[in-house]
Design a protein around this ligand. Structure first.
Ligand code: DNO
Length: 402
């Protein structure tokens, strides 16, 4: 696989020069300064592309060309927003940038309750604490019928937490869930927002009456509209699975398991309708066997995120070392190297370590932690390539001896 890295543009403290030194081959980025829903103009695309190329790299993948909420809930301006999306795709296609990662998660993109969960060695990872999340849902959002989504044991723990949580901890939880982890990937709510909870509730209300079926219809509608332009330029649209792959806050999530992915690839059965295989997101659902999914969907996968999680007995999950956990990345690499050794892959997230925590990086996007993960994965890729070469050699020599 091709080693790519998510880079957040010129403001990213991790520079392209640094990335070249650690063996990165391609860049995954977006025009982050353009507000969601607006057209990406050719000049801005070409400027970014040239900047990357001047550093001896190439712009391999767009992550993300964001899909506006209104397209997801079928608001009155969705056609206009889809038209804008099509123009952006056309501009990207003309510039030769043809792998586009996006997601169709309502309101919230990925969800974590802690961005610095400490390990005994002093490093830290991202963490999802089910009870904290339920507390946010029940006591901070005060979502109607929220309690129906949790077991009596969980509800008892939520009430315990409600008694002990401090104001600072509560504000931090809100900030982590709907600002810090979202602002840089989606932009629904930024740190400038004075009343994040009020704004968040308004966003949730947009999905009143939208269940799984409606969201599926809206995704199909969107994909059918954009397929012709994708076909014209050979663009692969790569949907990112829901992270974590489960229903949350009463919002439908429709890319959570094998059945969902089969549905999506059949509903719009077009080679340009593909998948970002995010091993980490899929691994956070007990229903998912990650290597089996990789095997099944390898031919429709156009971009790979390598990451892994541990699911704890209480339903929490934590981001694991890239060589451990439910992601089974060694096997996943075997599958994709066999399918298409040119597939762009980025290591997703990384621990915070060795002063990463003081650098102001986006949550999950550390330098040292990701660099360590890239080194590990690079070793796996080299080993797998060797395995494949030896297998080929054996096959050839067996044929000769027949
Ligand atoms: C989180 C990321 C996601 C991803 C989007 C793709 O770290 O993996 O935010 O970029 O869901 O649209």
């Amino acid at each position: 696989m091709k080693k790519t890295w998510r880079w957040f543009g010129k403001k990213d403290k991790i520079t392209l020069d640094m990335l070249r030194q650690i063996g990165v081959e391609g860049i995954v980025t977006a025009l982050h300064e353009i507000p969601n829903g607006q057209v990406w103009p050719p000049d801005a695309i070409n400027e970014m592309k040239t900047y990357i190329e001047l550093h001896g790299l190439r712009w391999s993948v767009v992550e993300s060309l964001p899909v506006s909420e209104s397209i997801k809930y079928a608001g009155p301006d969705r056609d206009c927003l889809i038209d804008n999306y099509i123009i952006s795709l056309e501009n990207l296609g003309k510039a030769g940038i043809k792998t586009i990662c996006y997601n169709f998660m309502p309101v919230l993109d990925w969800v974590r309750t802690d961005i610095e969960h400490k390990w005994v060695d002093g490093s830290s990872s991202l963490y999802f604490d089910k009870i904290k999340f339920a507390y946010f849902d029940i006591h901070l959002l005060e979502r109607k019928n929220a309690i129906q989504d949790y077991s009596p044991e969980e509800l008892a723990k939520v009430e315990e937490l409600n008694k002990t949580i401090t104001t600072t901890e509560r504000d931090e939880l809100i900030d982590t869930l709907i600002v810090k982890t979202q602002g840089f990937v989606n932009g629904n709510i930024t740190s400038k927002e004075q009343q994040p909870i009020v704004k968040f509730k308004k966003l949730l209300a947009l999905y009143d009456g939208i269940g799984r079926e409606e969201l599926r219809e809206n995704l199909t509608y969107f994909l059918e509209k954009i397929m012709p332009i994708c076909e014209l330029y050979g663009i692969s649209m790569c949907i990112h699975p829901d992270d974590p792959p489960m229903q949350l806050l009463g919002l439908p999530r429709i890319v959570t398991n094998e059945e969902d992915i089969c549905w999506l690839l059949k509903a719009v059965d077009h080679p340009c309708n593909g998948l970002t295989f995010c091993a980490g997101s899929l691994s956070a659902g007990l229903q998912n066997n990650v290597p089996a999914l990789a095997r099944k969907f390898a031919s429709r996968t156009k971009f790979v995120h390598l990451r892994s999680t541990h699911i704890l007995p209480n339903g929490d999950f934590v981001e694991a070392n890239h060589l451990k956990g439910r992601g089974h990345l060694i096997e996943v690499v075997r599958i994709f190297e066999k399918e298409n050794p040119a597939l762009p892959m980025r290591v997703d997230h990384g621990k915070m370590m060795l002063d990463d925590e003081n650098k102001g990086y986006n949550p999950g996007y550390s330098f040292h932690g990701r660099m360590l993960a890239l080194g590990q994965i690079e070793g796996v890729i080299a080993t797998v390539r060797d395995e494949l070469k030896n297998k080929q050699k054996k096959i050839r020599s067996n044929k000769r001896n027949q």
